[in-house]
Ligand binder design. Sequence first.
Ligand SMILES: NC(=O)c1ccc[n+]([C@@H]2O[C@H](COP(=O)([O-])OP(=O)(O)OC[C@H]3O[C@@H](n4cnc5c(N)ncnc54)[C@H](O)[C@@H]3O)[C@@H](O)[C@H]2O)c1
Length: 311
Amino acid sequence: MNVLVLGGCGYVGTTLVDKLLKLNYYVKVIDTQWFGNYLYTHPNLFVEKKDIRELNSNDFYDIDVVIHLANIANDPAVELRQELSWEVNVLTALQISEFSKKNKIKKFIYASSGSVYGYKEEDKVTEELSLVPISTYNKTKMVAEELFRRSENDFDLYIIRPATVCGYSKRMRLDLSVNMLTMQALKNKKITVFGGSQIRPNIHVNDLVNVYIHLLKNNVKPGTYNAGFENLSILEIAEIIKSKIESTIEISESNDPRSYRLDSSKLINTGFKKKFNVEMGINELISKFNSGEIIEDDSNYTVKWMKMNNI
Ligand SMILES: NC(=O)c1ccc[n+]([C@@H]2O[C@H](COP(=O)([O-])OP(=O)(O)OC[C@H]3O[C@@H](n4cnc5c(N)ncnc54)[C@H](O)[C@@H]3O)[C@@H](O)[C@H]2O)c1
């Protein structure tokens, strides 16, 4: 089976592509490589450095499944480059759908975000609840979802709303809550928490990769699925880290009201079983930091890197 991964050089993409290759899939990656390329060369892997705004129908030739991860992927980066973000995250959706249809793609998996729910007080935020996107990033995800849904009769469409991802990937992101707070404790012995009471769902990167592979391999009903298994307050995350790394917690005021608990029963009912958790992610980061496999670099911080490189 031939899988096209748009954004395959990113934090999630790098771990996903490695796993697809281990499972003997043929993989084609299209990515601007803004944050580098940490993929190993492999006989079943073809990597093209290219912007998804310049795709053409031939890029989808002979592809069975598309996994679309190529976006400006967090709130501050989207605020920084709004025009670019609407182009990349939203406007490309129509063309990508059209090329997928023309080339008779069987399955299309789009990485939206759990943050489209914005602020929710419900104990269980299921896929049926209304979306209250707060940031521009959340809005780009919501609109792109709608654009992809226009093609739901052309291929099996899976819209995944992942929680905040944590854990180790060869392309490391240290601007995601669990990863960021763990790094602060490792480096400074001090964890700075903004607000602290906001509840956010989390997912380990290996579990998210397994969600994409589950959809690829199995006959899952097309639709929209939440993907997040641990709803924790930021303070609870800091406390777990503190229990493992000698450090102090400092609480500062927050201007980010997003707070919601994801319910992923719909995904679990398709037979998906999670195997990882936040604590395993933290343990992994500690061990990779101590072994020198995580060396902090500006490219680990999306918005800083985009500013520095004028992306
Ligand atoms: N990491 C999370 O916590 C999280 C949570 C929910 C949803 N998501 C979504 O999952 C996807 C992957 O996230 P990630 O954490 O791996 O982010 P990432 O920034 O590490 O990866 C995105 C990749 O896409 C590439 N890219 C961006 N714009 C491109 C363009 N115009 N053309 C070609 N390539 C382009 C980048 O170079 C990068 O390699 C994103 O769509 C993100 O919004 C991530």
